[in-house]
Design a protein around this ligand. Structure first.
Ligand SMILES: Cc1ncc(C[n+]2csc(CCOP(=O)(O)OP(=O)(O)O)c2C)c(N)n1
Length: 621
């Protein structure tokens, strides 16, 4: 087993493999990927689809001199294995192990760090221009999926690349899918090229027929390829790209090594930007993933034989949100939902089925999603925009400019807020609390458990201003259900009254605060616990009260400390001149790598043991 793969120890070793062995090599790569992902979770279907494409790229390029930029980067597993990282592969996405995304610090063969979509063409164009300015000689390739082609940055980059007079290769990996079914006009356009056999055959036939005419035929066919006239428009697919000034090649069968190698070698000769349209099958080679590519896009542990995916028996925050927003949908016909290519991940699939006319999947276009929602709100509807915390980063200006300045009633449902774990730096939702709270007119809320998520969702319908509700990935906390004081704008919730030390916790950290309280009680310290609920506006009445009765206040948040809740509390006390010692628990000023959430929290002193030990040492000293 894995005989051919054994021969690949470092980048470019694939060039020593006999072409008759390529199929076996592809099988071995798939087996290794399926096995590792079944144990550590990861992006299975996307990776299985690009095995041959990656092999072909590695055959045609010289790494690390040449540069491959993987859009999103979730499909880079074969690339990692072929560049000397096979032995590290079992540690994929684990704490201290290999990242699931390209990382320049991990390998010289990873030309660019990615994680968020639609950046590859911009970065590749930057590399090309750097190459020209420095007079260097290497090939630059961006590999981008059809789903990522729904992101606006792609068109900014293509617009820019049209002027290029040197080689840039853009591989458009078209598998018809984003995470779910792809949406929008570009998807329809690609589908037309892909499926219109007449179109493709017509092109080939005309060219072949012309070439057969002795004397003039060949030159006519050549000039047809070069000319920009309407005849070409009629005959060659990809006219949209050609009109932009980008050469189009394809469609190419993305599982046929010969076709792929030929296309890439041809593309390398172009003195301009060229798109190679490659058709692949998502999940290729593993039946359960071929049949259900969405479920195997990003997947947790699963049983390889049966294809059964391990599932937590508990309800997640996303599922709780899903129920709540459906309830609101039945209560009020103005309720509409918006997501950016992630109906399933954000819990909107059921809403989309129940209220198809009130659901909008805009593609991977978070900036557009927010301004679009602002338009919906201005038009009299009540939009709920469900996007992961880290992807909301894209839409900061739209939140300020289009929603908060005109004070529109848009609800931002910030999923995956906090440490997400195995996806690492690019996906941790640790900035949203700071960036939402910094905007005038914005209200920011974090529920302590799933019941409070239901309550704030009900509250949101009556609230006429911008509101962000942040909740974490994974199982919803079920504890403290009996404490369910009605939600009042800007008011926190007293959970346990104690003395000396007050724990003032935000959202997911309320559960931690309750554990800390138990540990402190073992040492005879009865701490107060307050559920902050609102990060903005601050409950200053509660802060005044806490300052009177405690000599130490511990703020706890799953967010960077910079610009976070703790800083706002300290700032309030300082401005008011109240002599309270405030200790901040949160994420330091650094990017949080990948790994299991518990391990990551421990590494930052955010687990209940570390927090209580820290408090005790301060109190006893
Ligand atoms: C800005 C941003 N929004 C959302 C995502 C989540 N996401 C990861 S992959 C993906 C779909 C990408 O589809 P495509 O480019 O076609 O790649 P495929 O997985 O089909 O190979 C999405 C929406 C992301 N990575 N970045």
């Amino acid at each position: 087993m894995a005989d051919i793969l054994e021969q690949i120890k470092q980048a470019n070793d694939i060039k020593n493999i006999d072409p008759s062995q390529y199929e076996t090599l592809a099988d071995e790569l798939r087996k290794l990927i399926i096995h590792s992902v079944s144990e550590n979770g990861g992006h299975l279907a996307s990776n299985l689809g690009v095995v041959e494409l990656t092999m072909a790229l590695h055959l045609c390029l010289d790494l690390p001199k040449d540069k491959i930029i993987w859009d999103v980067g979730h499909q880079s597993y074969t690339h990692k294995i072929l560049t000397g990282r096979k032995d590290d592969f079992p540690g994929l996405r684990t704490y201290g192990g290999m990242s699931g995304f390209p990382k320049q610090r991990e390998s010289q063969c990873d030309a660019f760090d990615t994680g968020h979509s639609s950046t590859s063409i911009s970065a590749a164009l930057g590399y090309v221009c750097a190459r020209e300015v420095k007079g260097e000689d290497y090939t630059v390739v961006a590999v981008i999926g059809d789903g990522s082609m729904t992101g606006g940055m792609v068109y900014e980059a293509l617009n820019n690349a049209a002027r290029l007079k040197s080689n840039l290769i853009i591989i458009l990996n078209d598998n018809k899918m984003s995470i779910s079914e792809n949406v929008g006009g570009m998807s329809k356009y690609l589908n037309r090229i892909r499926t219109d056999e007449n179109y493709v055959e017509f092109k080939t036939d005309v060219k072949t027929a012309l070439e057969r005419i002795p004397g003039i035929g060949e030159s006519l066919a050549r000039s047809m390829k070069k000319s920009k006239d309407s005849l070409k428009q009629m005959l060659i697919p990809g006219g949209f790209f050609e009109d932009l000034g980008i050469e189009y090649m394809g469609p190419v069968d993305g599982h046929d090594m010969e076709q792929l190698v030929r296309a890439i070698k041809t593309a390398k000769k172009e003195e301009r930007a060229v798109i190679v349209h490659v058709i692949t099958q998502k999940g290729r080679g593993y039946e359960p993933a071929e049949e259900n590519p969405s479920a195997f896009h990003g997947v947790g542990k699963f049983d390889v034989k049966s294809g059964e995916i391990a599932k937590s028996p508990n309800i997640t925050y996303t599922e709780a949100f899903s129920k709540a927003v459906q309830y609101l949908g039945t209560k009020d016909e103005r309720v509409v939902t918006v997501c950016a290519a992630m109906p399933s991940g954000t819990g909107l699939t059921k809403f989309s089925k129940r209220f198809p006319h009130r659901f909008f999947d805009v593609g991977i276009a978070e900036e557009h999603a927010v301004t679009f929602a602002a338009g919906l709100a201005a038009g009299g509807l009540r939009p709920y925009v469900a996007i992961y915390s880290s992807f909301f980063q894209r839409a900061y200006d739209q939140i300020i400019h289009d929603v908060c300045i005109p004070d529109l009633p848009v609800v931002f449902c910030v999923d995956r807020a906090g440490i997400v774990g195995a996806d690492g730096e690019t996906h941790q939702g640790i900035m949203d609390l700071s960036f939402f709270a910094s905007i005038p007119g914005m209200t920011v809320f974090a529920p302590k458990n799933k019941y409070e998520l239901y309550d704030i969702m009900k509250f949101s319908l009556e609230f006429e201003h911008p509101l962000a509700i942040r909740y974490p990935r994974g199982d919803a906390y079920e504890g403290e259900r009996e404490r369910r004081a009605p939600i009042v704008h800007g008011k926190s919730e007293m959970l346990y009254e104690g003395e000396q030390v007050a724990l003032l916790a935000v959202g997911s950290m309320v559960e931690t605060a309750i554990q800390v309280r138990e540990y402190l009680a073992e040492d005879g310290l009865e701490a107060t616990v307050v559920n902050a609920r609102f990060i903005k506006p601050l409950d200053t009445d509660m802060l005044d009260l806490l300052a009177e009765k405690h000599n130490m206040i511990v703020t706890m948040e799953e967010n960077v400390l910079r610009g976070g809740f703790g800083e706002a509390v300290s700032d309030y006390y300082m401005t008011k001149g109240l002599p309270v010692f405030v200790k901040h628990i949160g994420i330091p000023d650094e990017f949080v790598k990948h790994g299991n959430v518990t391990q990551l929290k421990q590494s930052m002193g955010m687990d209940p043991w570390a927090i209580s030990a820290g408090i005790l040492s301060e109190v006893l000293l």
